[in-house]
Design a protein around this ligand. Structure first.
Ligand code: SF4
Ligand code: SF4
Length: 460
């Protein structure tokens, strides 16, 4: 190539061809449908369930409380939240090491919502062949009606999804009352439409592109695989050489393997790949190719399992050990984390008391007593009202002047009140003297003891 010649321009963006996955039926398709029903049911129904007047799952950011199946977590409990996240990550490692991308195929929101959007597409536009034909046909009344019906279903479902998403952060029943009158706040409106738009775009149009180009999990999953991990594979030794044949043909005599090259496994693949090309990063392990190939094998009278869950070792005729040490390590770590969370939760005190010295005045003289002022903060992390009495201790004759009566703290509330403590003159030597404030819940007898200091001046 001379100095003046330039290589052919390489396009930086190649438009992805639209994929029209064919519908499947079979064991794994049924499993996927069950998983979708359970997960979508949890997502759309959970925020509507109230127990004792409290939404059972509510991430109440305004009041800084996370309500989770009767458990109320506070900012002080972020540690528990991080342990829960660590458990979720470890579970992902465990299941990936055991059976590959189970999460992607059955539980990932992208997969589940894409399934729903695809179902709406089938309802309005028909089977794979009809959809392909419709897209190629000129715009006419039928095409406009079908496409409009699809868009109507997609947009309604996406808006409902966005509304439900906000309902995990703002009480959903209150939200539902405000929606018809357009009385939502700015952030509520933003997140409702943002989440609806993301669902519509990701599940309606981007689909497999999200898995291929945006999802980080596909990139690092290979680090969790080994030759004993269950993955969906095509049995090359059994299937090749592939080729079409009549059902009653003696294909062994023809020198053919079990694959009849019908392309059904490619037509059902939501990411448009050919499983016969080996394990690929685009494969989301949905198992549609297993179901459809089993159907083909049944029709041909061949044994099932030309495409199946298997391991690299099994395919290479090496011994397979699905149950292996790394699984036990993940399980042990999961068990340990669950135990730690259990211990923290059972030992967690629902009453938190905090005492801060008033920095504006060190002390005050009141007749025959010295007074020190504080700010008292009481947090009720239980689901019942607490009636709390405050006492002082640790110095001779010390008493609480304010608050005089028991303080009622509502469930999930924090109460902040002034606290005044008095000590008889000449009852103690001068200095910053250690003392304790005791908060007692009258009903349960729970006690919180807070250490603080009482200031006695040299010459009051
Ligand atoms: S579905 Fe089975 S038989 Fe048909 S092309 Fe795929 S692997 Fe071969
Ligand atoms: S190759 Fe098979 S398992 Fe992988 S995404 Fe395609 S259909 Fe699903």
């Amino acid at each position: 190539m001379s100095q003046t010649q330039t290589p052919d321009a390489i396009p930086l963006y190649v438009k992805a061809p639209k994929i029209y996955p064919r519908e499947t039926s079979g064991r794994f398709s049924r499993l996927r449908v069950i998983a979708a029903w359970v997960l979508l049911g949890l997502y759309y129904v959970l925020p509507w369930i109230n127990v004792g007047g409290q939404q059972i799952v509510l991430f109440d950011l305004v009041n800084r409380q996370f309500h989770f199946f009767g458990l109320t977590l506070w900012p002080q409990d972020l540690f528990i939240l991080s342990l829960l996240l660590a458990m979720a990550a470890l579970s992902l490692f465990f299941f990936t090491a055991l059976a590959g991308r189970l999460w992607c195929g059955y539980a990932c929101p992208q997969t589940v919502w894409t399934e729903v959007f695809l179902w709406m597409e089938r309802v309005t536009e028909g089977s794979r062949n009809k959809r392909m034909k419709l897209d190629k046909s000129p715009w006419n009344r039928d095409k406009i009606a079908r496409k409009s019906a699809k868009q109507f279903l997609w947009i309604t479902f996406a808006l409902w999804t966005g509304f439900t998403f906000v309902g995990f952060f703002v009480p959903i029943r209150d939200l539902a009352v405000r929606v018809p009158g357009f009385e939502l706040g700015g952030w509520e409106t933003f997140w409702l439409f943002f989440y609806a738009f993301a669902t519509y775009g990701n599940a309606g149009y981007l689909r497999e592109q999200v898995c291929k180009y945006m999802c980080p999990y596909a990139r690092f999953q290979s680090a969790m695989f080994d030759d004993n991990s269950l993955v969906i594979s095509y049995d090359v030794a059994r299937g090749e050489p592939r080729g079409s044949r009549r059902r009653d043909a003696d294909y062994k005599d023809m020198g053919l393997g079990d694959c009849i090259d019908c392309m059904a496994c490619v037509h059902v693949c939501p990411t448009g790949i050919d499983i016969r090309d080996g394990l690929q990063i685009e494969c989301i392990a949905c198992a549609s190719c297993i179901d459809v190939c089993d159907e083909v094998m049944d029709k041909m009278g061949y044994p099932r399992g030309l495409v199946r869950y298997t391991t690299e070792n099994a395919l290479n005729n090496k011994p397979t050990r699905i149950i292996r040490p790394r699984l036990f390590i993940y399980l042990a770590a999961l068990l340990l984390l669950a135990t730690v969370i259990g211990v923290i939760l059972t030992g967690r005190d629902p009453l938190i008391a905090d005492v801060l010295r008033d920095r504006t005045a060190l002390y005050r003289l009141a007749d025959t007593e010295l007074e020190n002022s504080y700010s008292l903060k009481l947090t009720n992390r239980s689901n019942e009202v607490m009636s709390i009495t405050i006492d002082g201790d640790g110095l001779p004759g010390i008493r609480v002047v304010e608050p005089r009566r028991a303080l009622d703290v509502q469930p999930g509330d924090t109460l902040e009140v002034p606290l005044t403590v008095a000590l008889p003159l000449n009852a103690a030597d001068p200095g910053m003297l250690p003392m304790t404030i005791t908060a007692t819940d009258e009903a349960s007898g729970r006690v919180q003891v807070v250490e603080t200091r009482f200031y006695v001046p040299r010459n009051p």
